[in-house]
Ligand binder design. Structure first.
Ligand SMILES: Cc1cc2nc3c(=O)[nH]c(=O)nc-3n(C[C@H](O)[C@H](O)[C@H](O)COP(=O)(O)OP(=O)(O)OC[C@H]3O[C@@H](n4cnc5c(N)ncnc54)[C@H](O)[C@@H]3O)c2cc1C
Length: 477
């Protein structure tokens, strides 16, 4: 019997598994998809918000501030990227400037550092800031991360500490039993003393498996983006418009950890919990609204569009609590923005305030809470590269020219704990296909490497889900 079974391997579920893996606990993490971080964690703005935005006395505010405080060390411990870029909240005119005062007030109460800039001072640092911007509040400790890298690193470390990860294991039903729950999946039934529902947009469906009226429903709210090429040279800081009750954080320009720029998102409710396509209207909204804060937007340098689904509920706050009807069953639901930034805070809260009331948390002296960072060849010096290639010539064979990713890095990511088993899994972990050609040149090579390293025919290599085969059959040998 597991002590804790977590449903959903997004940033919330994997971070909780990581946090719990420092204790003497039997942990299971089940995920319906074929890889970690395939939900909202794969498609968002990737910002570690410092915590100035959520209203006072909310779980969002508490979790965001705590999460942001933990992130930098966490990323260092897990060998993940964490880039402090700063966030400009750009006001146009007196009415919006007054809104900045409210944010500054919240920041003061939460000990979050900031500085004020006039429109011209801000434009001296950001040449493409709109001439309409009159005042800027700079939250200069705001950072960006690679969210799926953090989720993969958390899962890897938790599994190295003894947690069990079940991929392709959708929870299809839950039964109460003596001392816990039976969680049904198509392949097996798993027994657990406590269960955590971290199923993102599906959290309401999971909740209904133990309580007919869990008190919340989740509606997906889609956000669409453009991704600009690395050499677009557009922004240095994250640029936000002044947030509003109706439109949330608005359309942003975000420099990513690898130097691309994201432009987006919009905010549209959709009916389908899997509808993460992009739309003509959604992208038109993004184009129209980015010009509020930015000029010279180089959308002709766009290399991709994508969208993500926010798990929005009727409750504007995060829902992090034990179920009213089901003892030992905990919800982490309605985790829309700033869910990513809050994840380390949420994990600590759920472990220490919720699970600890049911199961004693005793430290495991053997648990290792750090992870060795993967090799990123493109970041090494000439000498370091030569040394690496001398030891393993696979690092000398560049597979992805756009991102300068070597065969050695791809092979490493396949063989790590919780390693890549799909073309998208390799892209997520070491970036072939993230660049200008979007995999046009490297994807067949990645497919061949996966086939060789996993010992499976090329026709069995999938893009992402088990159904997404790329090659139908061999037609010549
Ligand atoms: C457009 C957009 C922009 C955002 N920008 C930011 C930002 O800049 N900063 C920030 O802090 N936050 C941001 N967020 C919010 C952030 O992305 C989410 O809060 C966070 O990713 C939620 O993580 P999660 O693990 O709770 O959910 P998910 O990542 O969705 O994970 C849930 C997992 O549960 C699995 N699952 C579902 N049903 C089942 C089942 N029956 N059985 C097993 N597994 C199941 C899913 O497959 C999925 O992997 C943004 C979100 C969006 C969509």
């Amino acid at each position: 019997m597991y002590d804790v079974l977590i449903i959903g391997a997004g940033i919330t579920g994997t971070m909780l598994a990581y946090e719990l893996s420092q204790y003497q606990l039997r942990i299971a993490l089940i995920e319906k998809e074929n890889d970690i971080a395939d939900g909202a964690t794969m498609a968002n703005s990737a910002i570690v918000h410092t915590g100035y935005d959520p209203k006072d006395e909310t779980m969002k505010a508490k979790m965001n501030v705590e999460g942001a405080r933990r992130y930098e060390k966490l990323c260092r411990d897990l060998g993940c990227k964490y880039k402090t870029v700063g966030a400009f909240i750009a006001a146009c005119g007196e009415e919006e400037e007054a809104q900045l005062d409210i944010l500054a007030g919240r920041a003061d109460r939460r000990d979050i550092p900031y500085r004020w800039l006039s429109g011209d001072e801000a434009r001296a640092e950001e040449k493409n800031l709109s001439d309409n911007v009159t005042k800027v509040l700079d939250f200069y400790t705001t950072a960006v991360i690679y969210p799926w890298e953090v989720a993969c690193a958390c899962a890897e470390t938790a599994v190295n500490n003894g947690a069990k990860l079940y991929l392709n294991s959708p929870c299809t039903g839950i039964e109460k039993t003596d001392g816990g729950y039976i969680v049904h999946t198509p392949e097996q039934d798993l027994l657990a003393k406590t269960v955590v529902n971290a199923a993102g947009v599906y959290a309401d469906q999971i909740a209904k498996m133990v309580n007919e009226d869990p008190g919340f429903a989740i509606t997906p709210r889609r956000g669409e983006y453009y991704v600009l090429d690395q050499d677009a040279d557009f922004v240095n800081h994250i640029i936000f418009p002044v947030p509003s009750e109706a439109k949330g954080k608005g359309v942003l320009a975000v420099p990513t950890v690898y130097g691309n720029t994201l432009i987006g998102p919009n905010s549209d409710y959709v009916d389908d919990k899997d509808d993460n396509g992009t739309s003509f209207d959604g992208l038109a909204y993004v184009r129209a609204n980015i010009s509020k804060t930015m000029k010279n937007v180089p959308l002709n340098r766009s290399i991709r569009t994508f969208s993500g689904l926010r798990p929005t509920s009727s409750d504007p706050d995060f829902i992090i609590r034990e179920d009213d009807e089901a003892e030992g069953f905990f919800h982490i639901a309605s985790i829309e923005s700033p869910g990513l930034a809050s994840a380390p805070g949420i994990a600590a809260y759920v472990a220490e305030e919720l699970i600890a009331k049911r199961i004693p948390l005793i430290k495991d002296p053997e648990a290792v809470m750090t992870r060795e960072a993967p090799v990123v060849l493109s970041e090494l010096s000439e000498e370091e590269r030569s040394e690496l290639i001398r030891k393993n010539p696979l690092y000398g064979r560049i597979i992805c020219r756009c991102e300068q990713v070597s065969e050695g890095e791809i092979v490493d990511c396949i063989h790590r704990t919780c390693g890549a088993a799909t073309v998208k899994g390799v892209k997520k972990r070491v970036r072939p296909g993230m660049g200008r050609c979007q995999g046009g040149f490297c994807e067949p090579l990645v497919l061949g490497i996966l086939s060789r390293e996993l010992g499976i025919p090329m026709t069995e290599v999938v893009l992402d889900s088990l159904k997404s085969r790329i090659l139908e059959s061999e037609n010549r040998s």
